[in-house]
Write a protein that binds this ligand. Structure first.
Ligand code: GLV
Ligand code: GLV
Length: 346
C-alpha cells in the first residue's frame, strides 16, 4: 500500500528526495506558477495521508473532510499555524508539524533591521538616491534625522517592549543588549501562556540587563522606545495594536511587526503615522496580505517600511525549514515521533 502525499509547493532539489525517494509514498506536487489554487488542493487531497502546506493553504474542516479518514498529518513549512483550524484538526486526530527554532535567528535579525530602517528614514532616503536627488539634497545638520535606537548621551537607558515573549522575541532582545538596552517590558502571548519566558534565566544570560518586566499592554505602549509585535496570529490577538495602543505610544517610538498582520489594525497605524502619534513602523506582515498594493495607505507612508513577509528568507533558514517540514511529514505518516510537532492543547 502506498501513502498519498500532497505537496503544495516544491521544496527544492535538496529536500524533495526525502519524500520522492520513498517507495511507500506516492507524491503529488503542485508545479504551477504562483501559489497552488484551492481547487487543485481539494481535488488532489482526496485519500491523502499527508499534506505539505504553506501559510496560504487554508487547513480547515473542508480540507480535512475532503482528504478523508486517511489523513494523518499536516506538515506546514512555517512556525505559525493560524491558517490551521486547530479544533477541526484535533477532533479528527490529525497531527500537525511546524518549523519552530530553526527560523528564530533569521526573524530576530529582520526585526532589528526593521527597527533601524524605520527609525533612520531608510525608505525615504534610499528613494532620494534612487531618484537622483542626492546632488540637490545637501548634507545638513538636522537633515533626515530620526530617533536613535541605541542608547545615546540624551537617553542612556532605552526601553524595549515585546508583545508576546517567545523564542523570537527573546532572540531579538539578545541582539538589542549590545545597543545599550537595559529595560525590557513584555506582555505574555495571549494565545499560549506556556510559551512565556522565565525572567530569571534571561537576567543571568544578559548581565547588563537591569529589568525584564511583565506589564499590561498600555504600560508597555507608554514606556517603550521600540515595540516588537511577536505573538501568534488568530482571533485572540486580532488588532491587539489598535488606536488606543498607538495613541499611548511615545511620539518618537517605532513599531515593528514580524509576526502576523492581523495583530495590527492597519487603518489605526496609518492614522498614527500620518498624524505623528508615533515616529515610524517596520512591517514584514500586513493584514490582508498578499493583497497589499502600491496604493495601500501603509505602503504610501514615508516612515513605514513594508516588506513582503520575508522574515525567515535566508538560504540557510529556508533550507532548514523545508527539511524539517519533509521530516515532520514522514514521521507523521508513519506514526513516529515528529521532530517538531505542534501539540494542540485541549
Ligand atoms: C512565517 O510567517 C512562519 O510562520 O514561519
Ligand atoms: C559624517 O559623515 C561625519 O563625518 O560626521
Amino acid at each position: 500500500k502506498k501513502y498519498k502525499i500532497v505537496v503544495t509547493q516544491d521544496l527544492g532539489k535538496d529536500v524533495m528526495p526525502i519524500l520522492l525517494d520513498r517507495p511507500d509514498f506516492e507524491v503529488v506536487v503542485w508545479h504551477g506558477t504562483g501559489p497552488c489554487p484551492r481547487s487543485w488542493l481539494l481535488e488532489n487531497a482526496v485519500g491523502a495521508s499527508g499534506l505539505v502546506v504553506l501559510l496560504g493553504n487554508k487547513m480547515n474542516a473542508e480540507t480535512f473532510d475532503t482528504a478523508g479518514p486517511s489523513l494523518k498529518v499536516v506538515s506546514t513549512m512555517s512556525v505559525g499555524y493560524d491558517h490551521v483550524d486547530l479544533d477541526a484538526l484535533s477532533q479528527r486526530g490529525i497531527r500537525l508539524g511546524h518549523t519552530p527554532d530553526i527560523l528564530t535567528d533569521a526573524v530576530a535579525d529582520i526585526s532589528v533591521m526593521l527597527a533601524l530602517m524605520a527609525s533612520r528614514n531608510a525608505k525615504q532616503t534610499a528613494h532620494i538616491v534612487e531618484n537622483g536627488e542626492w546632488p540637490t539634497s545637501v548634507w545638513a545638520p538636522y537633515l533626515f534625522c530620526g530617533p536613535q535606537i541605541s542608547s545615546s548621551w540624551i537617553k542612556p537607558t532605552p526601553t524595549v517592549g515585546f508583545i508576546g515573549f517567545g523564542r523570537i522575541a527573546q532572540a531579538t532582545l539578545s541582539r538589542l543588549i549590545p545597543f545599550g538596552y537595559t529595560h525590557c517590558l513584555y506582555t505574555t502571548n495571549p494565545t499560549s501562556p506556556r510559551d512565556t519566558a522565565f525572567e530569571s534565566g534571561i537576567l543571568e544570560k544578559h548581565p547588563t540587563l537591569k529589568e525584564v518586566k511583565r506589564v499590561d499592554l498600555y504600560s508597555l505602549a507608554k514606556e517603550s522606545d521600540v515595540v516588537f509585535v511577536l505573538a501568534p496570529g488568530g482571533d485572540k490577538t486580532r488588532h491587539i495594536v489598535n488606536e488606543t495602543f498607538l495613541k499611548s505610544m511615545k511620539k518618537t517610538a517605532v513599531l515593528v511587526n514580524t509576526s502576523r498582520g492581523t495583530l495590527v489594525d492597519s487603518d489605526a497605524l496609518a492614522k498614527a503615522l500620518k498624524e505623528g502619534w508615533i515616529w515610524g513602523a517596520g512591517l514584514d506582515v500586513v493584514e490582508g496580505e498578499p493583497n497589499v498594493g502600491a496604493d495601500h495607505p501603509l505602503v504610501k507612508e514615508p516612515r513605514c517600511i513594508v516588506l513582503p513577509h520575508i522574515g525567515s528568507a535566508t538560504n540557510e533558514t529556508r533550507l532548514g525549514m523545508a527539511t524539517l517540514t519533509a521530516k515532520n511529514l514522514v514521521a507523521g505518516v508513519l506514526g513516529e515521533d515528529m521532530p517538531a510537532e505542534y501539540k494542540v492543547s485541549k
